[in-house]
Design a protein around this ligand. Structure first.
Ligand SMILES: Nc1ncnc2c1ncn2[C@@H]1O[C@H](COP(=O)(O)OP(=O)(O)O)[C@@H](O)[C@H]1O
Ligand SMILES: [Mg+2]
Length: 305
């Protein structure tokens, strides 16, 4: 059974069709990335899938439960972190967490236990009795996430969770997503940060102008749209361009203290470089290959649709 199953969702606001026949299936235990430029329909889709909005047409099932027929049952399985924070500024971090736990029907003792654990995990233990309105954006987002996962939801939805956060908060948010997933939760994540989708997600779905234009693993999406790879190399002394031509090398470009060599055949280039450097007693100080980027694929997909 799919953890999240949405079929033929459609939602129009006046003249704008924000979501146009979107179908999504997310397997249990997966981290699913929903990627698209601003205004593509990501937030509207997440609102439809979490039952905040009612679709014009289409259905949504969370762990097999129809969200529009049985909203409460479905919502008990979920945690939702919306685009803008929903925490209460005139309450402390701990009070926010108690209130969220109560809404999910958690008894006091269980709430106490989880709150200690989660505040520690989020680096907020010392701030538990401080009013949330005094918190930085990153700290507010940590409280926001803590409130959404206090009941250990089986399915977690996050709408651009790291957008605009400081480095430390961003790392905590990413680690929390990974922890939740390792403990069995299915994750649905919207983002316009391609690198984030690339490193976190098993499946990426790209939405543009309300329609899904591609869905696959990040690796396969990259391969589909760009076959050129590169090898980055640096040497212990300057080398001439003659050393960096032929043998599968399509193009060589200086790049800081390194060279970037574009190729369809990185294996051939690596073997050549190592052999040639050895023969000429040149030291290789660094050597790395990198595939085509998801960013390249994303731009090609969204520009041609
Ligand atoms: N409540 C609303 N009323 C009118 N138009 C809306 C509303 N919500 C979203 N839209 C429009 O729907 C489209 C998709 O928006 P949204 O889902 O927020 O995109 P994203 O989250 O990908 O940036 C945009 O054109 C936006 O202006
Ligand atoms: Mg949005």
């Amino acid at each position: 059974m799919d953890a999240i199953r949405a079929e033929h969702l459609k939602k129009a606001f006046a003249t704008v069709t924000a979501v146009n026949d979107v179908s999504i299936a997310v397997k249990e235990g997966e981290i699913f990335g929903f990627l698209g430029p601003n205004g593509a329909g990501k937030t509207t889709t997440i609102r439809l899938v979490t039952g905040v909005l009612t679709p014009d047409t289409g259905t949504v099932h969370i762990n097999g439960i129809d969200i529009h027929r049985h909203p409460l049952d479905a919502k008990m399985q979920m945690g939702v972190i919306p685009e803008s924070s929903t925490v209460y500024g005139d309450m402390t971090a701990e009070q926010n967490l108690h209130m969220s736990g109560k809404m999910y029907g958690m008894p006091r003792a269980l709430r106490d236990e989880r709150i200690d654990e989660i505040l520690l995990r989020m680096g907020l233990s010392e701030k538990r009795h401080t009013l949330v309105r005094t918190f930085s954006k990153g700290m507010k987002q940590r409280v926001n996430i803590a409130c959404a996962i206090i009941h250990r939801p089986r399915v977690l939805f996050l709408d651009e969770p790291t957008s605009g956060l400081d480095v430390q908060s961003r790392r905590l948010v990413i680690e929390t997503i990974q922890d939740m997933n390792e403990q069995g939760s299915t994750i649905f994540l919207t983002t316009h940060n391609i690198e984030e989708a690339n490193t976190l997600c098993q499946t990426v779905c790209i939405i543009n102008k309300g329609k899904i234009v591609a869905q696959d693993s990040p690796e396969r999406l990259k391969k589909m749209f760009d076959t050129t790879q590169s090898v980055e190399v640096s040497f212990d002394r300057p080398v001439g361009r003659d050393l960096l031509s032929g043998e599968g090398i399509l193009r060589a470009e200086p790049c800081g203290d390194k060279w970037r060599l574009y190729t369809d055949n990185p294996d051939q280039v690596l073997k050549y470089l190592i052999g040639r450097a050895e023969r000429e007693s040149i030291g290789i100080t660094s050597l790395a290959t990198s595939g085509p980027s998801l960013e390249e694929a994303f731009i090609q997909i969204t520009e041609c649709t």
